[in-house]
Structures are given as structure tokens and as C-alpha cells.
Design a protein around this ligand. Structure first.
Ligand SMILES: Cc1cc2nc3c(=O)[nH]c(=O)nc-3n(C[C@H](O)[C@H](O)[C@H](O)COP(=O)(O)OP(=O)(O)OC[C@H]3O[C@@H](n4cnc5c(N)ncnc54)[C@H](O)[C@@H]3O)c2cc1C
Length: 420
């Protein structure tokens, strides 16, 4: 006899199973579980979409997102050199939410009670959940209380990107641009190096400013990814790269930064444009829920559930696994999480060998880009995600105009898989 059930047998099986579920726990079967996702970025929007695509009417899904529009940080360095506009990177949720039947609530989550499974929103209203998915991105650890409208980080895209762009556009030949790179882990490992390449290329080759200085203060001991690519662009563009540089103070009126080089001297460096990308931690919602272990959320990578509190899942940049903090892999984690939640609603275990994928394209000028990619698989011995490839990994490609074109194909696919 074939091991594949006929349609008639399958329907009979489903109705018997449904009968037992109903008689065993009639109240539970009658209630449609409610999954609330905090954050409609790369990880949250993907998770909500796939929960509805795979779960249909068996699950109710709400996204609580404080903004009505999402601006992608991916490709946002291209706004700085006029290759893209903020508008090109902006997504709304109107078609997306009606297409999948996702309930959108545009409010900020200000409180999480994991005992009563209740969220408090900015207007003091409440929202209950059966499962909570925290997909709220990152928060910053600033050295001191300086004004980020004067010293933008531009590490969350939108107003911050425009601020930095306008400051760069007001630079004159001979001015100095200083940027700082936080200690890893942080959002998008190649991103800050990519920015130094784009800005130095823009000043030198587009604006024709041969006397501008671009100084990069990196808290890490070396360029942490694509070292050959970035160091060769830095050498070509005359970027002054200073590793082991730990920022200790930022002065927003003097536009200067105090930093320690190699743990010794305290050096003050003034700039015409100062772009401090602070050290990072999980979003505040992770701390509100009490699911942080240090700066990030401690999770089980089979289902992204917190190891501290049940029924709270954390995906994207806030999660503290061995995987990088990036949008492409956040989209990948979201699918693993959505699948595991739906399995749990059907009394099934999470899939035991999940794989995730990360990809970053880095523009290095207005017409060339490099790339970096890695695949991760679950290792049951260590219960962590490890590199899925025995070859040299992650794999990377050097800057070229062909990669620049492919960057838009890749990002177009990712944007549409997330927001369409
Ligand atoms: C310059 C740059 C280049 C990059 N390039 C790449 C790349 O090539 N490839 C790649 O994979 N990644 C890249 N990234 C990284 C990528 O953008 C992030 O990793 C990704 O956005 C993280 O997704 P997320 O869903 O975790 O968080 P986010 O995209 O930040 O989404 C979080 C959402 O949660 C909402 N939110 C937060 N708190 C609350 C609250 N309390 N209540 C309600 N809503 C809340 C926010 O408004 C936000 O919309 C880049 C980043 C930068 C800055």
C-alpha cells in the first residue's frame, strides 16, 4: 500500500483528528490563537506575512509598528551620494496588510506583561496575545547624552539619513568627515566600512574635493569583514583608518569626539561632519519583556523562543545568537520562527534542522559594489547555528559594476519577499 494518503483518506484523518482535539479541549479549539509581532521591519513584516500565508484563518496576526511608513536601512548609504532617495526605500503597509489579512496597529509598545500576556501601547490602550514575536531592531548605547540631530548616526534610516546627507552636502573642499564604528556585534557588519567607501568616493570623485579628509575610528581591532575589499578602497580614496579607537565622549556643540587609541592616549578630534555610530543592544521591547541576557535576547534557534520566558519569540537584530544582525538573515529567521509557531499550534515539534542565509551587498562607489554571503545550519550538539559550508566562509565578491547591478536584483527580491 502506498504511504501517501488519498484525498478521501486525508480528509477522514483530519476530521477524526479535529474531533479528538475538539472533545479533548473544546475551548482551546474554538479560539483562534493571536500572534502579535512588535515591529514591521525586515524580520517582523516577513514573520507576520508567512504566519498568514502558511496558517491562513487558523491564526490571527497583528503587527504593532510605531511608524506608518518603513524606511529600509539597506541601500540607505546610497542616499548619501544621491544614487537613491528616501522615497525609493520607503514602504507602506496598506496593500501588504489587506493582502494577507494582517491587522496593523500603528502605536508604540511601552509595556509588556508576560504573565498576563498583555501589551501596553503608547496611548495607554492594551493588547493581548497568545504568542509574542519581538522584531523591534536595535537600540543604541551612547557614551553621553549628546544631540543626535547634530551628530546623526543614520543607522536607522529616514530622518537620520537625510540629516547626514545634508551635512555631507554642505561640506567644502578641505573639510573633515569623521565617522566611528561600534564594537561588534552591531547591525550590518560591512555597513560602516561601506559608508566610509561611499562618502570618500562621493567627496573625491563626484564633488571633486581633493583636499577633504575622511577619518574612520573603529572600536574593533581590524576591519571585521571583507578586509581586502575595504582596505583597498580606503587606500585608493585616502581614508585614514584607525583601528582600536574607543569613543569615550561626544561633544555636539564643538562637533568633536574624544577617543582612546590602543587603550592609551585620550585624543580629541574635531570634524566638520561627525557621524557617530554608537555601540548597540537589543531594542527596548526586549528589556521591557525581561528576555535579555546582557545586551541581546537569549533564544532557542529552533523556534526563536526566549530561553527565559515562554511564548515570547525574538527575531532579527535583537536576537543574540551566533548569526549576524542583518535584514536578509532577519527575513530567514522570521520564516523559521513562523513555521515553528504554527507547528506548536498543531502540537508539533519545531523542524529539527533549520538553515538560514545571510547576504549583504556593499556599494563602494556610485557604480561598484562588493558582496558577502553565508549559510547557517543548526548544530544539535552545541544547539547553535554554525556555518553550513566547509569551504572558506563567508564567501565574498570584489567590487565591480556587475555586482552593483546585481545588488538591485537582490534587494528587489528581498524587499518584495518582505513587504509585498
Ligand atoms: C547602511 C546599512 C546597510 C545595510 N545593508 C544591509 C545588507 O546589505 N544586507 C542585509 O541583510 N542587511 C543590511 N543592513 C541591516 C538591516 O537593515 C537590519 O539588519 C534590519 O533592518 C533589521 O531588521 P529588524 O526587523 O530586526 O529591525 P528593523 O528593520 O529596525 O525593524 C524594527 C521595527 O520595529 C519598530 N519598533 C521598534 N520598537 C518599537 C516599539 N516599541 N513599538 C512599536 N514598534 C517598534 C521600528 O519602528 C521598526 O520599524 C544594513 C543596515 C544599514 C544601516
Amino acid at each position: 500500500m502506498s504511504s501517501i494518503l488519498s484525498r478521501r483518506e486525508f480528509l477522514k484523518f483530519v476530521s477524526i483528528a479535529a474531533f479528538f482535539t475538539f472533545t479533548k479541549d473544546s475551548l482551546k479549539a474554538a479560539t483562534i490563537p493571536h500572534v502579535v509581532v512588535i515591529g514591521g521591519g525586515f524580520s517582523g513584516a516577513t514573520c507576520a506575512k508567512y504566519l498568514k500565508m502558511w496558517g491562513g484563518s487558523s491564526v490571527k496576526v497583528t503587527i504593532v509598528e510605531k511608524n506608518s511608513l518603513y524606511v529600509s536601512p539597506i541601500l540607505s548609504n546610497l542616499v548619501l551620494n544621491n544614487s537613491k532617495t528616501i522615497n525609493d526605500l520607503t514602504f507602506n503597509y496598506t496593500t501588504y496588510s489587506s493582502k494577507y489579512g494582517i491587522n496593523m496597529v500603528h502605536k508604540e509598545v511601552v509595556g509588556i506583561n508576560s504573565d498576563s500576556k498583555l501589551l501596553t501601547l503608547g496611548d495607554n490602550s492594551t493588547l493581548s496575545y497568545d504568542k509574542l514575536v519581538i522584531a523591534s531592531g536595535i537600540d543604541f548605547i551612547k557614551t553621553n547624552d549628546y544631540d543626535i540631530t547634530k551628530i546623526p548616526h543614520a543607522w536607522q534610516a529616514g530622518e537620520q539619513t537625510t540629516l547626514l546627507k545634508n551635512q555631507i552636502d554642505s561640506m567644502k573642499n578641505g573639510d573633515t568627515f569623521v565617522m566611528t564604528i561600534p564594537k561588534a556585534p552591531y547591525r550590518c557588519p560591512p555597513g560602516p566600512y561601506e559608508r566610509a567607501c561611499v562618502v570618500s568616493d562621493y567627496l573625491k570623485n563626484t564633488k571633486g574635493y581633493s583636499n577633504c579628509k575622511v577619518i574612520v575610528l573603529d572600536e574593533n581591532s581590524k576591519i571585521i569583514v571583507e578586509e581586502n575589499t575595504f582596505s583597498s578602497v580606503f587606500a585608493n580614496n585616502g581614508v585614514d583608518y584607525r583601528p582600536n579607537s574607543v569613543v569615550t565622549y561626544v561633544d555636539d556643540s564643538a562637533k568633536s569626539v574624544v577617543y582612546e587609541e590602543n587603550g592609551i592616549d585620550s585624543i580629541t578630534l574635531a570634524a566638520d561632519v561627525l557621524n557617530v555610530i554608537p555601540n548597540q543592544k537589543a531594542a527596548s521591547t526586549v528589556f521591557l519583556a525581561g528576555v535579555n541576557s546582557g545586551n541581546w535576547a537569549d533564544i532557542n534557534v529552533l523556534n526563536y523562543e526566549s530561553n527565559i520566558k515562554k511564548d515570547i519569540h525574538i527575531i532579527g537584530d535583537s536576537q543574540g545568537s551566533s548569526q549576524p544582525k542583518a535584514g536578509h538573515i532577519g527575513n530567514s529567521e522570521a520564516k523559521v520562527c513562523a513555521d515553528a509557531i504554527l507547528r506548536e499550534f498543531n502540537n508539533l515539534q519545531p523542524y529539527s534542522s533549520p538553515k538560514t542565509n545571510s547576504a549583504c551587498y556593499s556599494p563602494t562607489s556610485s557604480n561598484e559594489a562588493s558582496w558577502l554571503t553565508a549559510v547557517y545550519k543548526y548544530d544539535s550538539n552545541t544547539k547553535t547555528m554554525v556555518s553550513a559550508n566547509t569551504q572558506v566562509y563567508p564567501a565574498a565578491g570584489s567590487p565591480s559594476s556587475s555586482n552593483y547591478r546585481k545588488m538591485f536584483l537582490w534587494s528587489g527580491n528581498l524587499f518584495s519577499d518582505t513587504f509585498s
